[in-house]
Design a protein around this ligand. Structure first.
Ligand SMILES: NC(=O)c1ccc[n+]([C@@H]2O[C@H](COP(=O)([O-])OP(=O)(O)OC[C@H]3O[C@@H](n4cnc5c(N)ncnc54)[C@H](OP(=O)(O)O)[C@@H]3O)[C@@H](O)[C@H]2O)c1
Length: 250
């Protein structure tokens, strides 16, 4: 039974938000497995530094500076990728953010920033990748890095618009799956929904960080999940993969 990553060897994989945390780890794992990885982020210099550390690996990493809130900029980045590196086989929609505000009396601009990044940016990147795959007859794979808060709003922590943005990712995963099915496409779409992961996510957002010693995943755990879904045989699609740290209430 075919069950390996070999089919992606030398192929182009785009990872959004590849400068830190989960995205940086996924980019590294894909490079180790022989893929030509293009990482998108605002801090492109961090991706370039990571690329230098990976020169002796099987694949390669390149960075392109993109702000996922700028739809035109995202589309232009995908055009550059196709011209310079070739058609897209894999897209990992990982870039995401939260923000310290409230729903009762919060900052409207902060709400928009979260939706522009986590939802619209993800849709624009998906459109560009699916267009490239269809044009080149590639049965590619799109992975959305979702969250457990995209399935259940947790009590005890105020997350304002973040769960709504991730519920949108849950719905977008299913809508894309049905759209592709309707069009007879073999492109796969998977949502990976982690619980709390040890990255800078909450601190960057100036949100409450859980107490020291709370159960927490490592970015590597999420990257392992991405590698697993990408290695499934062509007739298998993982629609949703939820992973939480043992002992977590979420
Ligand atoms: N950490 C958790 O507990 C957790 C749990 C469940 C799900 N997730 C999800 O996992 C994904 C990655 O989060 P993480 O924990 O790895 O967070 P992180 O360490 O803060 O990394 C976020 C990444 O997204 C990029 N990004 C954010 N806004 C961007 C923008 N406007 N344009 C381009 N890139 C942008 C950042 O790059 P630049 O700043 O360089 O642009 C960075 O590379 C997110 O979708 C998050 O919702 C995280």
């Amino acid at each position: 039974m075919e069950n390996s990553l070999a089919k992606w060897n030398g192929k182009v994989a785009v990872v959004t938000g590849a400068s830190n945390g989960i995205g940086a780890e996924i980019a590294e794992r894909l490079v180790e497995n022989g893929m030509k990885v293009i990482g998108l982020a605002r801090r492109v210099e961090v991706i370039e530094r990571n690329a230098e550390k990976l020169v002796c690996k099987k694949g390669e990493l390149h960075g392109i500076k993109v702000d996922m809130r700028n739809s035109q900029g995202v589309l232009e980045a995908f055009e550059i990728i196709e011209k310079k590196f070739g058609p897209i086989n894999i897209l990992v929609n990982n870039a995401g953010m939260g923000t310290n505000t409230t729903l009762s009396d919060g900052d409207i601009e902060k709400w928009k920033e979260v939706f522009d990044t986590n939802v619209i940016g993800l849709c624009v990147a998906t459109k560009a990748a699916v267009t490239s795959m269809k044009k080149n007859n590639i049965d590619g794979h799109i992975i959305h890095i979702n969250s457990v808060v995209g399935h259940k709003v947790p009590a005890g922590i105020e997350l304002n618009v973040l769960p709504a943005s991730k519920y949108a990712v849950t719905a977008l995963t299913e809508s894309l799956r049905l759209e592709l099915l309707h069009r007879g496409s073999k492109i796969k779409i998977t949502s990976i929904s982690p619980g709390l992961v040890d990255t800078g996510f909450l601190a960057t957002a100036d949100m409450d960080v859980p107490p020291e010693g709370s159960p927490i995943l490592r970015p590597r755990d999420v990257a392992d999940a991405a590698i697993y879904v990408l290695s499934t045989p062509s007739h298998v699609q993982v629609n949703e993969l939820t992973i939480t740290p043992v002992g977590s209430r979420l």
